[in-house]
Design a binder for this molecule. Sequence first.
Ligand code: CAO
Length: 546
Amino acid sequence: MSKETIKIPDIGSESAEVIEISVAVGDEVAAEDSLVVLESDKASMEVPCPKAGKITAILVKEGQSISEGDDLVEIELTGESDESAEPEPAAAESKTEDKPAAEEAQPESASDAESSGASQTVTVPDIGTDDEVDVIEVCVAEGDEISEGDSLVVLESDKASMEIPSPYSGKVESIALSVGEKAKKGDDLLVMQVAGSVTSEKPAAEEKPAPKPEPDSKADAPKSAEKPKSETPALAEKASKAPGGEVYAGPAVRKLAREFSIDIKAVTGSGPKGRVLKEDLQAYVKNLVENKSPAANGSAGAGIPAVPEVDFAQFGDVVTEPASKLHKLTAANMHRSWLNVPHVTQWDDADITELEAFRKGLKAEAEKKGVKMTPLPFLLKACAAALKANPKFNASLADNGETLVFKQYVHIGIAVDTPAGLVVPVVRDVDKKSLWELAEETAQLAAKAKDRKLKPQEMQGGCFTISSLGNIGGLGFTPIVNTPEVGILGVSKLTVKPVWNGSEFVPREMLPLSLSYDHRAINGADAGRFFSTLNEVLGDIRRLLL
Ligand code: CAO
């Protein structure tokens, strides 16, 4: 086995910076494995190893500026006899260097006549392979005025992506290739009206200014090519800067992104100069798969633009404190429901004049029992009646919406505001309990919630939720469905309103109700019927006896 020093091949520019070293001493590499990633002011490129072997020394450092011919790595060749080993790709004089050069796009034919304003067909130049490659970007449009060296298209093979620069300045007349098509050397690329004088009006595609690389034993092995003009660097393979210039990524990363249908522009690069690395794609996909809620992790989910972080301290004094666990949990639940459930909210006022008269009449009895009779137990009973009369509200969606689960029990959650955040204890079998029992139980659950003494099972199994802000205020609100439930009733502050009784306006105690529901499970007519039952019962609680 022999050792060989691999040198920096023709990189199409005077110098470039080593921004990533992809191997370590001791690594076994196969021919074409990436050794380093270089970046010039125009593009970034991976340098593949021309031969298989074991890395015995790395002769460059990250951040180092290198040029063609500089020592790159030392490798102990494996699996090759000495005679089959390729000559060392030593610098410029060696013709054993590594890369297909994406040269300037080629004007079509072969005369050196001077021309100005002439139409020229530009063809795909030698791209280092005779195989067809993918057109992944078209960087110009018909009518564009472009300068010599401007990128025309980006082509990508399995191993490399490269920008094809224009050989002329002028105006694009027509474009022969489009994204998704295949192209190979010699194919028509576009027709342009050339500005000024052209020294090679019709050179044949074959008569490239660049000398052909020396024959190489490996089809994909690097080949040397004449260095192009500095402003039109014929980058050796793997030029990876997007035409827009914003995204840096190697061809392997771009290919992987395409395979997963990831818009690489959406991925945040963690490499030097924001270069998108394979790990960044992995992290991006992981994030999507885990479907981390923006509320939970502060970042946006798929397709949802992130809210920018703001340094509020720049506008004045601020105090920060970490969100409580309960707050974060509630936020995540709310956000999940908001994103998953198509919400509709309907409003109505329930006339509870008689109910209030009855409730107030119970005050002395309630005090004797040591219970406070608020409107809540009445609301629970009325909701239980409405749920039984309208079973669609006492259901959940299952099997991804394929099945409706109708619950044969009536457990209702009550939203309780606590200093630590919102909790929803569940009152079980509301339909079977008396108003006194409900008054006692809701008071106990609310006290336990405020003392953070609720057990997990006391917050599970709800069929429907009541969120009462009545004691706090407000005309109405749009409560968010507590999934997998399909409905929630918001209760606002009771007010006395003038109501027309057919002959005059009379003062009535009206309770504003907001009913939100999952429109996948419930239609507006169902909600109307639910309100009818609810209001009938709240309007005349004797109906509970029927
Ligand atoms: N309109 C007017 N007054 C009302 C009322 C209403 N809709 N609902 C209750 N009240 C009155 C009660 O009659 C009682 O008055 P009295 O003491 O004079 O009899 C007083 O308000 C106290 O009510 P309460 O809040 O102590 O008891 P409750 O049974 O009505 O409610 C509970 C209990 C736990 C639901 C409530 O304390 C609570 O936490 N509400 C907040 C729920 C919430 O935050 N929802 C929002 C969720 S989304 O962010």
